[in-house]
Design a protein around this ligand. Structure first.
Ligand SMILES: Cc1cc2nc3c(=O)[nH]c(=O)nc-3n(C[C@H](O)[C@H](O)[C@H](O)COP(=O)(O)OP(=O)(O)OC[C@H]3O[C@@H](n4cnc5c(N)ncnc54)[C@H](O)[C@@H]3O)c2cc1C
Length: 393
């Protein structure tokens, strides 16, 4: 594999860098560089700026309103965004449901849903997991019963990330109990403003309400919101999961956070400690190896090969790296990383933090938050099972 970028790709990178640096609001990049709390306006504001430029749908082909970039161009774009301190694009619309709508939706569904996703106007949520149906996703029980030209949906989803902002949710619903569990699942798009939808926040270890429970109580959903065929939703769900897992790896954020770790280590004097520098070097080797894997997945996706096995590997490695840099930052800041001060996540916080740098105050929150990475998107244990099955048969 030739790893050098071509002069055209370098020129593309320069163009993206210049645009991102002049369009990314500095108050947002300040928050990202310092791991501070991002509001809905921060996340959606940046999405809309990208949407206006036509870059929110960075992985989409031109026929659906995307820029039609190559895998390398998309990678360079994401790297420039991450290094500049742009928030991660909330993936549920542009990265997850859109590829399913493009691959399996009708032309009417494509015209109806894709423009709002590409512009960043419409916030999507993911309704896969349920109480008791996480790793064993095929056991979902949320029921959709066809009555005339509608489905009546009853049940509960859980761990719905940022569902408090959701306007639409794509759901796996049970439409049949015949045969294997996988064969009775359908993929339904539900307007979250419909009567009977209730969203209830779940407070996590870091004090944030990042996830929710979503309840469906006799919710009426037009049958035209069904994607593809009834009872074939499992196929569409799997298509989406490989995109989700590749996205979670987030190698570009890892590169940015590695630099932040180095800054903290230098500020706290640990940079001079050979043993600590060895830890950073080990992490850096892993980040570079992850980047190579990402490039392989992207080129496999481009050539139409099934990359699900590698997507699982990416998810495992990327999530472990995220936890590792959060741990090393805590170690580097030493006792100043210990106080868990939720308010320190707020930009401009000037609270009482005797002896330490205010910039280190959010480290405990980040550390707690990163516990999620080996669970969501399919737990790492389950990813290892998938990789083992794929490789060993
Ligand atoms: C922060 C966060 C955000 C999330 N966001 C969303 C979202 O937006 N939408 C959504 O649909 N879901 C979301 N999820 C749910 C996530 O996909 C599930 O948590 C995940 O799939 C694990 O399922 P579970 O929590 O039910 O755990 P379980 O499946 O109950 O697993 C419990 C433990 O058992 C292990 N285990 C289970 N089965 C096996 C097996 N066969 N072999 C070995 N070990 C096994 C698991 O690894 C885990 O350690 C989110 C989760 C988190 C933590």
């Amino acid at each position: 594999m030739d790893l050098a970028f071509t002069p055209e790709e370098q020129a593309f990178r320069d163009e993206v860098r210049a645009w991102v640096r002049s369009n990314l609001p500095p108050e947002i990049s300040h928050k990202v560089h310092n791991a501070l709390r991002l509001t809905r306006d921060d996340l959606q504001g940046w999405a809309k700026i990208l949407g206006k430029k036509g870059w929110l749908a960075s992985g989409w082909p031109q026929q659906f309103g995307g820029p039609g970039w190559t895998a390398v161009q998309k990678h360079l774009f994401e790297e420039e965004c991450a290094l500049a301190g742009a928030p991660r694009v909330v993936p549920f619309g542009p990265v997850m449901v859109a590829p399913v709508i493009m691959a399996y939706g009708t032309p009417e569904q494509q015209q109806r849903f894709l423009p709002g996703i590409a512009s960043g106007e419409v916030w999507w949520s993911q309704g896969y997991s349920e109480p008791g149906s996480g790793s064993d996703l095929a056991s979902v029980k949320t029921r959709a019963e066809r009555v005339g030209n509608k489905y009546i949906v009853n049940g509960q989803k859980t761990w719905t990330t940022l569902g408090q902002y959701g306007e639409w949710i794509f759901c796996l619903v049970r439409t049949s109990n015949e045969g294997k569990p996988q064969t009775g699942i359908s993929f339904l798009l539900i307007d979250m403003k419909s009567p009977g939808v209730t969203v209830r926040p779940i407070k996590l270890l870091d004090g944030e309400c990042e996830v929710n429970e979503v309840f469906f109580d006799n919710v009426e959903v037009p049958a035209e919101n069904l994607i593809g065929e009834e009872n074939k939703g499992w196929t569409y769900a799997k298509h989406l999961l490989s995109h989700e897992r590749t996205n979670i790896a987030d190698v570009n954020r890892a590169k940015r956070e590695l630099e932040r770790l180095k800054r903290i280590a230098k500020a706290e004097g640990l940079w001079d400690d050979q043993r600590f520098r060895d830890q950073i070097a080990l992490l850096e080797v892993d980040v570079v190896a992850l980047e190579m894997l990402v490039l392989r997945v992207l080129s496999a996706e481009k050539s139409g090969k099934n990359s699900l096995d590698i997507a699982g590997l990416l998810k495992i490695k990327g999530s472990e790296i995220q936890q590792r840099y959060a741990e090393l930052m805590m170690l580097a800041a030493g006792p100043f990383a210990l106080p868990f001060i939720e308010e320190a996540m707020e930009a401009g916080w000037q609270g009482d933090f005797p002896g330490g740098s205010v910039a280190h105050a959010p480290l405990a929150s980040t550390y707690f938050n990163m516990r999620k990475t080996t669970i969501y998107g399919g737990s790492n244990e389950v990813q290892r099972n998938i990789v083992a099955q794929t490789v060993l048969g």
